[in-house]
Write a protein that binds this ligand. Structure first.
Ligand code: PBG
Length: 317
């Protein structure tokens, strides 16, 4: 005899009864690109329905999303002119945006990305020296928190940045502000559209001397362990789709929230398949569910607005 699994798949209702995992709106975090000034809404060509927005426009957009169930955003600042000192300026693009969003929108968690690649002339995430970069990142994180950020998320991959950030936050009485560390961030080819969005392409070379070698998973566990030791409260794996083994392993091994970043190149590729009619929109639900199934507690995704709009429609097939 043999077992008849197909009985579980006879129709939609039965499939639903056997479904192990569901997405929920509060699994999602929306990345937001903020520019200076007013009334600016610039379409990012490689990323459908994604914009660089000035904070006034972003607030309108976010208010609408909060009504639909948005709970959390990840802010990236895109300054008009390069220069790292703006990254920790209390009147910088991120700091102003955080203050304004906090005062205009209730119940929205604000995470800020802490990195300098949109601010450096050469588009790299460091200023040459590792530890000096950490000092700079710590200053940036502090200025974000002073402006009202709920969580800071360093994405640079310098050694020791969590240590430096934790120390400065504690010194200023912000010991309750968590650090979401991009602990295992790989030197991926999937970041291209983001770099167009944030004007952060490296002018020369690549990021392989600081972001992780994508052949390594044991080392990813070491990176995570070290960031936790330095004081990270949550950790991020990035990208997501090619790295679900890392997500799974991290979730098994560490008892803290695991975030996965469904990055820009993943977003653009999936949209390409849909636009070319090579895949149904359902593919969005499929890939996001796979990230959750692998063990992610939270998913950073440009598909968040789509999910807020359509989740119930797609909850089962
Ligand atoms: C910057 C940063 C990058 C992303 C998030 N933070 C780009 C990079 O490392 O080059 C990529 C996000 C995405 O592709 O959606 N340190």
């Amino acid at each position: 005899m043999f077992k008849r699994f197909r009985e579980r798949r006879i129709n939609k209702d039965i499939r639903l009864k056997y479904q192990e995992i569901f997405l929920s709106k509060d699994d999602f975090i929306l990345p937001v690109f903020i520019v200076e000034g007013k009334e600016r809404k610039e379409q990012i060509l490689s990323m459908k329905d994604v914009y660089r927005m000035s904070v006034d426009i972003a607030i309108e957009y976010l208010l609408h999303s909060v009504e639909k169930g948005l709970q959390s955003i990840l802010i990236f600042g895109v300054p008009d002119k390069k220069g790292v000192e703006q990254a920790f300026d209390d009147e910088g693009v991120v700091q102003n945006a955080v203050r304004k969003i906090k005062s205009d929108i209730k119940n929205l968690q604000i995470i800020t990305d802490v990195c300098i690649c949109s601010y450096t002339e050469n588009g790299h995430c460091h200023i040459g020296d590792n530890d000096k970069t950490c000092e700079l990142l710590a200053k940036i994180a502090l200025s974000h928190v002073k402006a009202g950020a709920d969580i800071v998320a360093p994405s640079d991959m310098m050694d020791g940045r969590v240590y430096y950030i934790r120390k400065i936050l504690d010194q200023h009485g912000f010991n309750k502000i968590p650090i979401l560390s991009y602990a295992a961030k790989f030197a991926s080819n999937f970041y291209g559209p983001f770099r167009e969005a944030a004007f952060s392409s490296p002018a020369y070379g690549d990021r392989k001397t600081y972001q992780m070698n994508y052949a390594n998973s044991k080392e990813a566990m070491e990176e995570i362990e070290e960031d936790i030791r330095e004081g990270a409260e949550m950790i991020m794996i990035k990208p997501s789709l090619g790295y679900l083994d890392i997500v799974y392993r991290a979730k098994e091994k560490f008892d803290l929230p695991v975030y996965a970043y469904n990055v820009s190149g993943e977003y653009a590729s999936i949209n390409y398949l849909i636009d070319q009619k090579l895949a149904k929109e359902e593919i969005i639900y499929e890939i996001l569910l796979s990230i959750k199934r692998a063990g992610a507690d939270k998913i950073v995704s440009y598909f968040t607005p789509y999910i807020l709009e359509k989740l119930y429609e797609y909850q089962s097939f």
